[in-house]
Design a protein around this ligand. Structure first.
Ligand code: ARG
Ligand code: ZN
Length: 477
């Protein structure tokens, strides 16, 4: 679903008023991308997805994934054909009950030509059948589908969806999801949201796991963790389901350390809600993979996925805070362009500093001083990466996180605690389930604080070198 409201166009008015339209639009192909400056071919034009129904069968022994994904969408233009972001071997595509033709445009892009053109505003039901070994599939030069000793992980950013379901793969087109997976008995299949079938016998030797996400969700934040997990179910004070899962390959001490942190997710979510406003989703939890299985954590919506190795030296509550802060910054309010990634990582990192202060450990000010003055000396290459424009190859550079968090800390000092808090809450409130860009964030922060932030943000986000605190934090009246 696109976050914007539709405007009544002249053409629509002409139809309503019975006036012949001046220019009858000729159906045209939907564009191959949504206009992301870093990834021009990610996402697709011409339609808006409302819901994905993903039904899969997966066998860990062979990594064979067979699936049918049904996409409910609507055309945003008169459409002659459109693209899907998808990399697996496709068997058939149907559009609005008729067999459609399809062809590969690239290793991650499918062109679908419906039997009939689709009128702007008309519903679009797309059914895609597929069968492949995802770990064999290289797309855009790599594979993100991660086969593990006991299953597989579909967890990555930004590229993961096209290894397991066809989509309009950009955070600006969110949708609700049903994910339903058949796996051999005894294997767990975990995803986002609320479990609607839990290890439900389907036929001899196979069980079904079904998950529902009823709040808008970006494609890359939709995950699948299949394997041998110890799982726990609980209910939050607000009545929403909590599901936590730990891979059984974790050694006992690591599993205990992971549990001591992940089992605090419900409490930490409530603490974050106190800072940022109401928790935007209806389910909670976390999933811990085998140590080293994926090498990073990801803020998959409602239920982040952590690498077991993150707990190899003990509890890591700060990481839980980071991934759960993303539920507001990244998941509910997503990046409008991948270039805006600091809006995700800077906020999630700053939340860790606030947590540290709350816990009576270092204050945000102490951490900011340390990061600025000691961790990264002025001549450190760290200061050459621009958080506001890191480049597609450096989306997750340390500067996006730490300089992003410093930017927020100094913004806070510039506008004062009260306005800073009002800015965070207004951002999460006004763009809930939507997306935003850095210029939009600047406009909101300026409106609330009354401070011109041009020079400040230019220095902190877009200028190489360590900002001079005395100059860069000066308010320009
Ligand atoms: N957004 C993730 C985080 O919270 C980082 C993902 C990094 N992705 C990757 N493929 N290494 O930090
Ligand atoms: Zn992050």
């Amino acid at each position: 679903m696109l976050g914007r409201t539709f405007t009544v166009t002249a053409a629509v008015l002409a139809v309503v008023l019975g006036v012949p339209s001046a220019s009858q639009a000729v159906p045209a192909p939907g564009s191959a991308g949504v206009g992301d400056v870093y990834y021009p071919e990610y996402g697709n034009g011409g339609y808006d997805v409302a819901h994905y129904d993903i039904r899969l069968r997966y066998h860990p022994d062979t990594d064979r994934l067979t699936g049918t994904t049904t996409i409910l969408a609507s055309a945003t233009q008169d459409l002659s054909r459109f693209n899907l972001d998808f990399a697996l071997a496709t068997e058939s595509v149907r559009v609005n009950n008729r067999t459609a033709t399809f062809a590969r445009q690239s290793d991650h892009e499918l062109v679908v030509t419906p039997a009939r053109t689709i009128a702007k505003g008309a519903p679009l039901t797309i059914v895609v059948e597929y069968d492949d070994i995802p770990s064999n599939v290289v797309a855009a030069g790599f594979t993100s589908w991660n086969r593990t000793p006991d299953g597989a992980l579909a967890v990555n950013e930004p590229e993961i969806a096209w290894w397991w379901y066809p989509s309009n793969d950009h955070p600006t087109d969110k949708a609700t999801f049903d994910v339903s997976v058949l796996v051999p008995d005894g294997v767990e299949a975990i995803s986002n949201g609320t479990p609607t079938r839990w290890a439900t016998p389907a036929f001899d030797g196979w069980s079904r796991w079904s998950w529902r996400q009823d709040k808008p969700q970006a494609t890359y934040l939709t995950f699948l963790a299949i394997g041998d997990f110890d799982t726990y179910q609980d209910t939050s004070a607000d009545g929403s389901p909590i599901v936590t899962a730990y891979n059984t390959r974790l050694d006992e001490t690591t599993a205990a350390a992971a549990k001591s942190s992940v089992e605090r997710s419900d409490e930490i979510t409530d603490w974050l809600a106190g800072l940022f406003g109401p928790y935007p989703f209806g389910a909670r939890g976390g999933v811990v993979t085998g140590a080293g299985d994926q090498g990073f954590a990801l803020e998959t919506q409602t239920r982040p996925v952590y690498d077991g190795r993150s707990f190899s030296r003990g509890s890591n509550n700060s990481l839980i805070v980071h991934e759960l802060a993303h539920q507001w910054f990244g998941d509910s309010v997503s990046v409008g362009q991948w270039k805006d990634i600091w809006l995700n990582e800077g906020f999630a990192s700053y939340a860790q500093w606030l947590w540290s202060e709350d816990q009576g450990e270092g204050t945000a000010e102490e951490i900011a001083d340390y990061v600025y003055g000691t961790l990264y000396p002025a001549d450190d290459p760290f200061w050459q990466v621009l958080p506001g424009d890191p480049g597609p190859g450096d989306l997750f550079d340390g500067a996006v996180y730490d300089r992003g968090a410093l930017t927020l800390h100094h913004l806070r000092k510039l506008v004062g605690d009260e306005d800073f808090s009002a800015i965070l809450r207004a951002w999460t409130d006004s763009r809930r389930y939507d997306a935003g860009t850095t210029p939009e964030f600047q406009a909101l922060a300026e409106r609330i604080s009354g401070v011109d932030l041009d020079a400040f943000l230019q220095t902190w986000l877009y200028t190489p070198g360590r900002p001079d605190l005395g100059v860069s934090t000066l308010a320009v009246p």
